[in-house]
Ligand binder design. Sequence first.
Ligand SMILES: [Fe+2]
Length: 433
Amino acid sequence: MRQDWRGLPVTTGRAETVEAIDRFTAEFLGYGQEAGVIVPAASADPGCALAQTLAGALHLFLENAEAPRLAAPFLAAAESGAADVTAREREHLAAARAWAAGDTATAAERYAAVARAHPRDLLAAKFAQYHFFNLGRLDEHLAVAEIAAAANGDVAWSHGMLAFGLEQCHRLPEAERAGRRAVEMMADEPWAHHAVAHVMETQGRLDEGIAWLEGFAPLWQRCNSFMLTHNWWHLALFRIDREEPGAALDIYDRHVWGVWKQYSQDQVNAASLLWRLELRGADVGERWRDLADHVEARGAEHVEPFLDLHYVYALARGERREAFATFMESLRRYAVAAPPRWREVALPAAEGVVAHAQGDMRGAFAKLDPLAARWGEIGGSHAQRDLFVQTWLDAALRSGQGNAVRRVLEARAAARPAISVHRRQLAEGSLRS
Ligand SMILES: [Fe+2]
């Protein structure tokens, strides 16, 4: 029995395995590129159930149809040694097994249980946050971060986790304080850069947001593709809201699309950016084509509703008629037996965004309008999901139904007065109704 960097027992006789678990933890919490260190460490120490479990979990973060198959041998190896490990290690395994089986609600709850019983286990807290975030269970996403931050106040990452949890629960001043605290402790804390950017985005602080993110951008070069492309995506959002589509497209070309074109989150960041640019009337040229090539190569998979909506929009805008027809057919079949959010939200949302992508604004509005109160269930952050609200508003305005969304337009203009598109949309809605 040895101890990791937080003093938590790890069942192994090998010091190198614990070093690899510590390194994996640092890379994972810090969004580095070397989280894969856990895979050879697990292979070198087949008797360490925790190393096996974490290697399995890392594969699940691939967020593709292959991930459970790749994770399976590691989770099976962990299972065979699970009789002689601690309760914490057994719970990690149970959570990862639920996750591999597609039961992400159970995974979230079991990781949260580990974090409550062992508050110094930052990985359990981070994994629980990931799942609660995808499920739209944001109070629990925050609660687990509060536990982690209280027990790990000396670790900058814990304040970054707390900052994002607070932001997602609309506690913006506290979120900004926690994020700035993380950055004061460790400038190279990209998740805290990100959390504070969310606050500035929500409050429409465009110039501050650009200055904040540009100041840290050189540090993201060491980050994994999700964090690198996502923080640049946030910078592009500020540029779009400042009516600078050329600058946003430049960010797309240089930093958002092209890092790891096969990865789910890279594809989502790219699709979201092109989609938002087109909603503002920008010409994105031929850019959908390459993105659609890579989305099409995934085949039809249904890992998270939030991902599917981006995939299907990219296929439709890339004019892959056969691929998106196949994808929609597969989604319809999957939604029948999947948890209700797939059938009641993801499927009509997919039909709605495809209608929008094809220029059928009346059809898009009819599908998206009933979902106004349910977007939280598909996962993603408020800033990310705002894309679907923007699409719904665009469909309303372009089909002459501006009156139906006038109150929402007014609220958006009041909440972020610095952003001129809201005033333009209000004027447009008034003219047409
Ligand atoms: Fe974000």
